[in-house]
Design a binder for this molecule. Structure first.
Ligand code: BGC
Length: 479
């Protein structure tokens, strides 16, 4: 079975889930300004409209793993495309607030499923030496989706008083637009094959071989396939029910996955991603439109630095980038805290304001080369195949739960202890994340998923010998 899609195109189609994740979480801050007027929302109800999506995402992520382990990665991604389209349509047509809240919850479900399944599928279809870059297409798309939503928010500020603004047409268009990439994901996944690794784990070798050949553009992947088949039948001996996620040999990946999930959120990234316009405006740095524009600039920096990370992950390695990224985030947060401590008024106010913008940009840049992509990449790599979906679900649910916690507490924290102490607090948590990484996070660059599984399992001696053999085989195939 031959086809004309390059591997890049395949990865991009599968990565559309990331685009929807970024767009749908980003678009709400701008859309809310208009929804508020249409439904005369109180502050608390605005919080509900935002939080219901994050809660839906946590539920979606919890369901996605067991479903993907049982029914296959492709089937569930297909279904996610459908849910995205349905959710976007419900939001665009919402005739009452309850319908809108329901629609946003459905969109949240789809975001949660896509957030774990996209990196999982990408990791399972890519060759080891490109896996870092391929899986990071997911994070790249998250940042592109968020950037697009900021640009749209900015464009909409010009329509705020234009014709139709009061009728809700603006927010309906903003929320409904997500149906387009949703439909593309749905159609695209119909063309793509199931993950060969998942097929092999179900004993469907013939289909797995066909899928693998399709992914390698029709070339016979005989050696690569044989190595995979042998390793997967080895790891299947360990197969067990859900209780396996508590087994001793899964403890290490579990601690790393959950730990990184928590640190990715409690180091504060979404205070910037969701509230940057508020931070800029409240500090008197910019007007409403100006604040959104600066936010779009920061969104663009996030995209660019994620591309840099894609180029480095498979060469420099995950660990080095994670540690360097965390160190940079730590310093940026300290500078930010100091700036707010000094204050923006009096002599030098302008310089301090500029330094605030620069340190927020630096903080996002360091997140984009480290903790942003590396968290999603590592959780797709470190769990054994037998429980990969379920392990990733647990890490992803944790990530969404802490996302919600930080988003819900940030504004209160700001008003009770002030900006300087708030950012100092995030700096301290970033230092903790650095220690966690230093002592616990392994390097996974260039190894096959099965080799990583053996290492995590403690079967390292075997890995050393077989690892060399495996890498050589896969490199030979590539050249
Ligand atoms: C995180 C999101 C965050 C985004 C920002 C992702 O890796 O999981 O919570 O909003 O990066 O780029």
């Amino acid at each position: 079975m031959r086809h004309s899609m390059g591997f890049g195109t395949i990865a991009v189609v599968a990565g559309l889930g990331g685009l929807l994740f970024g767009y749908d979480t980003g678009v709400i801050s701008g859309a809310l300004l208009y929804i508020r007027d249409s439904f005369r929302l109180t502050g608390a109800m605005q919080g509900v409209v935002v939080a219901v999506t994050l809660a839906g995402a946590a539920v979606g992520a919890a369901l996605a793993g067991p479903l993907a382990d049982g029914l296959g990665r492709r089937t569930i991604l297909l279904f996610t495309g459908l849910v995205f389209v349905g959710g976007a349509a419900v939001c665009a047509l919402a005739w009452t607030l309850d319908v809108l809240i329901f629609g946003r919850m459905v969109v949240g479900l789809a975001i949660g499923i896509a957030s774990m399944l996209t990196p999982l599928y990408l990791a399972e279809i890519s060759p080891p030496e490109q896996r870092g870059a391929v899986v990071t297409i997911n994070q790249l798309f998250i940042t592109i989706g968020a950037f697009l939503s900021y640009v749209l928010d900015y464009a909409m500020t010009f329509l705020a008083h234009g014709p139709g603004a009061g009728s809700g047409i603006v927010w309906r268009a903003m929320l409904g637009l997500a149906a387009v990439p949703g439909a593309m994901l749905l159609v695209g996944m119909m063309l793509l094959p199931e993950s060969p690794r998942w097929l092999l784990s179900c004993g469907r070798s013939d289909q797995a071989y066909i899928a693998m050949r399709w992914l390698r553009a029709g070339a016979a992947p005989t050696d690569e396939f044989e190595v995979l088949r042998r390793d997967i039948s080895e790891s299947k001996k360990n197969r067990a029910p859900f209780s396996r996620v508590f087994a001793r040999n899964v403890r290490r990946p579990m601690i790393i996955g959950i730990g990184l999930a928590i640190f990715q959120q409690i180091t504060g990234i979404n205070t910037v991603i969701y509230f940057a316009p508020t931070i800029f405006k409240d500090s008197g740095i910019a007007s409403s439109a100006g604040a959104i524009l600066v936010t779009a600039g920061i969104g663009l920096i996030n995209v660019i630095l994620t591309i840099v990370a894609m180029r480095l992950l498979d060469h420099v390695g995950r660990r080095v980038l994670l540690l360097a990224g965390l160190a940079g985030m730590f310093v940026s947060l300290l500078v930010l805290s100091a700036c707010f401590g000094i204050g923006l008024h009096g002599n030098g106010g302008h310089e301090v304001a500029l330094l605030i913008v620069v340190s927020i940009a630096a903080y996002v840049s360091f997140f984009a080369i480290g903790l942003g992509p590396v968290f999603w990449l590592l959780i797709a790599e470190i769990f054994p195949l037998a429980i990969r979906g379920r392990g990733m679900s647990i890490a992803t649910v944790t990530n969404w739960a802490f996302n919600m916690l930080v988003s819900l507490t940030f504004l209160d924290l700001l008003s009770s202890v002030g900006q300087s102490t708030t950012f100092l607090f995030y700096a301290a948590l970033t230092a903790l994340a650095g220690l966690f990484t230093w002592y616990l996070v392994p390097e996974t660059k260039g190894r096959s998923l099965e080799e990583i599984e053996m290492e995590m399992d403690g079967r390292v001696g075997q890995l050393r010998v077989e690892g060399t053999e495996l890498l050589n085989l896969e490199r030979d195939l590539d050249t």
